[in-house]
Design a protein around this ligand. Structure first.
Ligand SMILES: Nc1ncnc2c1ncn2[C@@H]1O[C@H](COP(=O)(O)OP(=O)(O)OP(=O)(O)O)[C@@H](O)[C@H]1O
Ligand code: SF4
Ligand SMILES: [Mg+2]
Length: 340
């Protein structure tokens, strides 16, 4: 308990809480498995700011989804979660399931990669959005329907009065994703998690959905966490970035800072793997050579060492994430562009 004599501390705590809607500190997640414990997420710390997008970037298996599912309390009993995730001043790690359920939707919502699997194929989309509205607020059916139409309009579904009467199969993939975003917005959450929300869509629709998220975060003052394996998308549509590898954050900074001066060889490898628009169509798609480590096996030293072009003597010891320049953190003994 902080007393009045510690007023300075109180104001510091309050300003940190107001500046960030979600503060994740040293979050770790492991799963029990026959082959030994799987250490999926290790010591991850993140900050989400209202009205801004935090991008979490990394290859498949780097721990992006497990991190946000741990924050939302969606991992079930096989997971052991330690550390802290504080949403609008409330600790979520260890919160009883019934209380967590109330916060999901109201304070935090999630949009997944495949909207079809989350929509009920036998219900009109307007009814599904209206039902989401009624889960959070005591309103009559007619009012909920009107609000559903307004939400569909806000996510730029054209002719929303008419489209609200459609069933999911009558909509394109992009339109279905807009419906999912409308449902997520129905309770005006503080934080919206979008887990690869555009991976299943064509490039033009992808850009439209990401631009919509950019617009909504500003309009609703909501923090967005955008998970993607594509550093190019993250560079264009995020304010802050956390790059994950083997369950850890290995580089983080405001997006412009990070993209302007990549320090971590893994981030550079992700950058080099972005397909170039001007590349000849017959050129092979770039990818990072080798594969990430098995999370059920202990890792000695830097987890990226077997794939790293800059590996050196010190890399047998694990580099810790530390601030190398103002606001820019990396976990590397031989960072790019920095004299040893
Ligand atoms: N329920 C589970 N039990 C055991 N291991 C799990 C479980 N869920 C995830 N994992 C492991 O945790 C690690 C991180 O998985 P996660 O789904 O977070 O990766 P990701 O970065 O989201 O990858 P992708 O880009 O493929 O979605 C992976 O090695 C995965 O196999
Ligand atoms: S610590 Fe060493 S192996 Fe790891 S990324 Fe840096 S240079 Fe490469
Ligand atoms: Mg994932």
């Amino acid at each position: 308990m902080v007393t009045s004599t510690e007023g300075g501390i109180v104001s510091t705590i309050n300003s940190v809480a107001m500046e960030h809607s979600l503060i994740v500190e040293r979050l770790s997640v492991s799963f029990k498995s026959g082959a030994g414990d799987v250490h999926a997420v290790n010591d991850v710390s993140l900050r989400v700011t209202p009205g801004k997008t935090l991008g979490i970037v990394g290859e498949s298996g780097s721990g992006k989804s497990v991190t946000v599912r741990a924050v939302m309390g969606l991992l079930g009993h096989s997971a052991t979660v330690t550390g802290s995730a504080c949403l609008d001043g409330e600790e979520l790690v260890g919160m009883p399931e019934d209380q967590l359920r109330r916060r999901r939707g109201i304070k935090m919502a999630m949009v997944f990669q495949d909207p079809m699997s989350s929509l009920n194929p036998t219900m009109r989309i307007g009814s599904q959005v209206a039902e989401a509205v009624r889960q959070h607020r005591k309103v009559g059916r007619r009012e909920a329907w009107s609000e559903a139409v307004a939400l569909l309009r806000s996510v730029r579904v054209p002719d929303p009065e008419r489209r609200a009467r459609d069933y999911p199969h009558q909509l394109s993939g992009g339109m279905r994703q807009r419906v999912m975003i409308a449902m997520a917005l129905s309770a005006r959450p503080s934080v919206l998690f979008a887990d690869e929300p555009t991976t299943a869509l064509d490039v033009t629709t992808q850009a439209q959905i990401l631009t919509l998220l950019d617009d909504l975060k500003q309009r609703y003052g909501m923090g967005v966490v955008l998970i993607t394996h594509d550093l190019g998308i993250a560079a264009r549509h995020t304010d802050d970035l956390a790059v994950m590898y083997a369950g850890r954050v290995v580089e983080s900074a405001p997006t412009k800072t990070l993209i302007g001066a990549i320090r971590m060889p893994y981030t550079q490898a992700l950058m080099d793997a972005i397909p170039r628009i001007d590349a000849p169509s017959h050129s092979p798609l770039a990818s990072i050579e080798g594969s990430p480590p098995d999370p059920s096996k202990p890792i000695l030293g830097c987890a990226f060492a077997p794939r790293c072009p800059r590996v050196g003597d010190r890399c047998t010891t694990t580099p810790l994430l530390a601030e190398g320049e103002p606001g820019h953190r990396w976990a590397c003994w031989y960072p790019l562009g920095v004299d040893a």
